[in-house]
Structures are given as structure tokens and as C-alpha cells.
Design a protein around this ligand. Structure first.
Ligand SMILES: [Zn+2]
Length: 200
């Protein structure tokens, strides 16, 4: 396997979204029969490793992943982080806590508050754009007595339901959010919907 070629290919795939990403491709120190891919990116700082992985997966074509990257281990790092810093969720635990976490989220009206920020009822209130992270959901959670310690669980429960960023929470989890309703009515009427993502 030509490691230099893989590195070049990956840089080509990610360039449009991550022009400054550093990519290292090398035999994995824990099992040299596998290839370690290190993706080092400043934009990864505010987001969880699973979100980073989600975005990378979108950038690197699936058929390329299947063909060339089947034997690779990925490390999605912000500058200064090492693989030991990466924390991934326990999928079984997330599944188990999902009903109760969602009860708390719904009781605290987090989804409505987020809709107010991203798609205000009053047309004069400026609307916030999504930055592909949770910068609008975090303060809402804090205001409503969720703690920073709870964020990891809450956000991984949301991610497991397709809420990979602020706007996706409204599109994929909140039932009947104004943001989603507005988007689809624009589409149905042949208008260009407001793009809630600042960057793709
Ligand atoms: Zn978004």
C-alpha cells in the first residue's frame, strides 16, 4: 500500500472544507499490520471526536474508504491533542440512557429554545447560523440547569439521532420545528431555502 498516495488522496478530498488540515499516514504503533491515519485540524477543537469522524466520513468517498482504507485506524485530532485524549461514547450506554435524556431535554424545552435562536418567530430578531457545532445549544442547556459534566451524554444522545450540529437537532430530532417547516415549505414552493449552515 502506498502511504504517500493515500495521504495525497485524503488531502484532495478534505481540501475544500479543511484547507489547513494536516494528515499523517503511518503504520499503527500498536499493530503495524494496520495503518494509522491522523487528521489534525484546528476546526476540530470545539467538536467531539464522533462529530469530527462524521464530517470526515462525508468528505472521503465511501467507495474510496471501502477500497483503500479498510485496514486503517483513524485519529481525529485538534492541534496539541494525542490519541489518548480522544473520548468516544459507549454505544450501549447511550442507547440505554436515551429515553431518560430525551425526557429531560423535552421537559426543559431545549428544542423550542434552540428553534427560537435559529429561526425566531419575530422576523426582526436576527437569526443565528449553524457552525457545524453545538455553540447555540450549549448556553441553552446551561441556562436550563444542565451541567458541563452532562454535556457529553446529552450531545451523544442527540448525535445518535442525527443531531450532529445545532441545525441538525432541529431538522432531525425536534418534531415540527420552525426551521424545518420553513425549509420544506421553501423547497415545495420552488424557493431556495435559507442555508442554516455557515460552512458545509
Ligand atoms: Zn448544522
Amino acid at each position: 500500500m502506498d502511504l504517500g498516495k493515500i495521504r495525497e488522496d485524503i488531502l484532495t478530498f478534505v481540501r475544500s472544507s479543511y484547507p489547513d488540515m494536516q494528515v499523517r499516514v503511518e503504520p499503527w504503533s500498536e499493530d503495524p499490520s494496520k495503518i494509522a491515519l491522523f487528521f489534525i485540524e484546528k476546526k476540530f477543537e470545539p467538536i467531539y471526536p464522533l462529530q469530527r469522524y462524521h464530517y470526515l466520513c462525508h468528505k472521503i468517498p465511501k467507495d474510496y474508504q471501502d477500497r483503500e482504507l479498510a485496514n486503517t485506524i483513524w485519529f481525529e485530532l485538534a492541534p496539541g491533542e494525542s490519541p489518548e485524549d480522544l473520548r468516544y461514547p459507549d454505544e450501549e450506554l447511550i442507547e440505554e440512557i436515551t429515553p431518560d435524556v430525551m425526557k429531560c431535554v423535552i421537559a426543559a424545552q431545549i428544542l423550542e429554545a434552540l428553534d427560537d435562536v435559529m429561526c425566531p418567530v419575530d422576523g426582526d430578531t436576527p437569526r443565528e447560523k449553524c457552525h457545524g457545532d453545538y455553540r447555540h445549544t450549549r448556553p441553552i442547556l446551561l441556562e436550563r440547569r444542565f451541567t458541563e459534566d452532562e454535556f457529553f451524554d446529552v450531545f451523544h444522545v442527540l448525535m445518535a439521532q442525527g443531531g450532529n450540529c445545532d441545525c441538525e437537532i432541529l431538522f432531525n430530532i425536534a418534531k415540527g420545528s420552525r426551521l424545518a417547516t420553513e425549509y420544506w415549505s421553501a423547497r415545495a414552493e420552488g424557493r431556495k431555502p435559507v442555508d442554516s449552515h455557515r460552512s458545509g
